[in-house]
Design a protein around this ligand. Structure first.
Ligand code: SAM
Length: 249
């Protein structure tokens, strides 16, 4: 079987395709070679600050530009995560044919204070969309609103707030979903991002998946996912979390 056939087979049988450990640009190149239609890509890289090390700004700029341009070739919507002060400049980096549709904030109150300054309590996420691509705010309606929406009587569909509040997974918080990954995102945050961007059956790609939060949330909402990470330990974490083995290439 070709790699494309193996990914498709894994998506059909397990709903998730876990690739073996590799660099983000290698997994993007693999998907470019296939005819698999990715609806949404989650880009949650290292943040160029603190944990994970720091590159000169121009090198980080090159990395982010390449990420956005290349994932823009295989998907219609990209989420890009980072500290607000790091990813702020990238609001102007939309690939050709895309626009920066939303600045989202994940707000958490429970970060331990480690410096004598503002206590970090937010992460930012930029949403880039292909022009003309549609979102799914209807996924956030209550039953009464859904009825109105389905009968075509709703003039304005209220969207979810662009600030998502969910505690950081730390200490006793988030024990049920904790994997041990040092920068695991809460499912409560990714749930909203995926529901806004996708419908049941859509394929989500996360090439720097860490503990596999994207895959876990996609499964919960009937979506499919293709996930990868450069680190062998994290691929094992994803396998354990999803109860599925990686694809053998
Ligand atoms: C912020 S974490 C992702 C956390 C993930 N969203 C979660 O909820 O568990 C960033 C991940 O990117 C991976 N990574 C960093 N650089 C990479 C690269 N060049 N290629 C592939 N993975 C990379 C790291 O190993 C790390 O697991």
């Amino acid at each position: 079987m070709t790699i494309s056939e193996k990914i498709k087979h894994a998506l059909d049988t397990d709903g998730v395709a876990i690739l073996p450990p590799m660099d983000v640009f290698e997994s993007i190149a693999i998907l470019k070679e296939t005819d698999i239609c990715v609806n949404c890509t989650m880009l949650d890289p290292w943040y160029n600050k603190g944990f994970g090390g720091e590159l000169p700004t121009s090198e980080y700029d090159d990395f982010i530009t390449r990420l956005l341009n290349q994932t823009g070739e295989i998907s219609d919507l990209m989420y890009l995560w980072g500290f607000p002060e790091i990813i702020g400049p990238y609001v102007r980096y939309a690939p050709s044919g895309f626009y920066m549709a939303a600045w989202l904030t994940w707000y958490y109150k429970n970060c331990p204070s480690v410096i004598r300054g503002w206590r970090s309590s937010q992460n930012a996420c930029l949403q880039f969309m292909r022009k003309g691509h549609k979102l799914h705010p209807e996924h956030f309606l209550n039953d009464e609103q859904k009825e109105k929406f389905e009968s075509g009587k709703m003039r304005f569909v209220p969207g979810p707030p662009s600030v998502i509040e969910a505690p950081l997974i730390i200490g006793f918080v988030g024990k049920k979903e904790r994997t041990g990954h040092p920068s695991q995102k809460p499912e409560a945050v990714f749930d909203k991002l995926l529901l806004m961007a996708n419908q049941k059956g859509d394929i989500v790609f996360d090439p720097m998946a860490g503990s596999g939060t994207t895959a876990a949330c996609a499964k919960k909402h009937g979506m499919k996912s293709i996930v990868c990470d450069m680190n062998e330990d994290y691929i094992q974490m994803i396998e354990k979390r999803m109860g599925v083995n990686r694809i053998v290439t």
